[in-house]
Design a protein around this ligand. Structure first.
Ligand SMILES: [Ca+2]
Ligand SMILES: [Ca+2]
Length: 263
């Protein structure tokens, strides 16, 4: 009887340990630093550009887009009235840190609504809570912008103009404290901007705001979002080899987890 009770106790302890380990591991996974979007545009499946991140945030293309020679492999050319749409997903709900980056080869705007801006990527259907956007061209410059940050942060950090029909690597990071904008791997502009973001449930758009304005006229390539700020060294590594750096050291835990899940 005593022997059985001891066995029960050991069993209970094992069960508790397993539960605790599971909770610890799950919590880590939920808050892990991740690549949450990578559109290489190297190939399309019908009107879908597949996401190479572990989250499957594929983009459905609308209007006239086409694959062209890119900076790496193929790129996606937008005609000034086309865009891509990605369904809302928790992985795209950014709260306290982000990196948005892409290669862009821009022509002058094609006209139409909001033609003083060409939106590379934007979370949300318009200017509202949860919106983050990296504008490839913003009124003569370039801009990483957040609705939920203080008003005096929103459009003061305008970086250099890359609208010259050649390839440029544009990247923006925010670490909860400072917005930094990089052009071709060099820090171009930074601004202190403290705050917290409120996620929304809208789609993420590429090449336009909300699918109806601020259209890109030109090509985008190797478009990525990380849910944490990359350092300058990491950005340069990504710029020079967009496929090799999908698995940064911080990313390995979740990648392993994704592999386990897919087995
Ligand atoms: Ca590519
Ligand atoms: Ca959401």
């Amino acid at each position: 009887m005593k022997y059985l009770a001891l066995n029960d106790k050991i069993l209970t302890n094992i069960v508790i340990c397993v539960i605790l380990l599971t909770i610890t591991f799950t919590t880590k996974v939920c808050f892990a630093n991740d690549l949450v979007l990578h559109l290489s545009f190297d190939e399309l499946k019908g009107d879908v550009a597949e996401d190479l991140s572990e989250f499957g945030n594929d983009a459905t293309l609308k209007g006239k887009t086409k694959l062209v020679d890119g900076k790496y492999g193929k790129a996606l050319d937008f005609d000034g009235a086309s865009y891509g749409e990605i369904a809302d997903h928790n992985s795209l709900d950014i709260v306290d840190g982000i990196t948005v980056q892409f290669w862009a080869n821009l022509r002058p705007s094609a006209g139409g609504p909001g033609s003083d801006v060409q939106t590379g990527l934007e979370k949300g259907t318009g200017w509202k809570a949860g919106l983050y956007t990296l504008a490839a061209w913003y009124r003569g410059g370039s801009l990483l912008q957040f609705f939920d940050l203080p008003a005096d942060c929103r459009d003061l950090n305008i970086g250099g103009n890359i609208q010259d029909e050649t390839w440029h690597f544009l990247a923006g990071t925010w670490d909860g404290t400072t917005i930094k904008l990089y052009i071709d791997g060099k820090l171009d502009k930074e601004l202190e901007c403290k705050g917290k973001l409120i996620p929304n449930d809208d789609p993420l758009f590429i090449g336009a705001r909300g699918g109806n304005q601020r259209f890109v006229n030109g090509a985008l390539d190797e478009l990525k979002i990380y849910n944490y700020p990359l350092t300058e060294d990491e950005l340069i590594r990504d710029m020079d080899n967009p496929n090799a750096s999908d698995v940064l050291p911080q990313d390995k835990l979740t990648t392993t987890w994704a592999l386990l899940k897919s087995k």
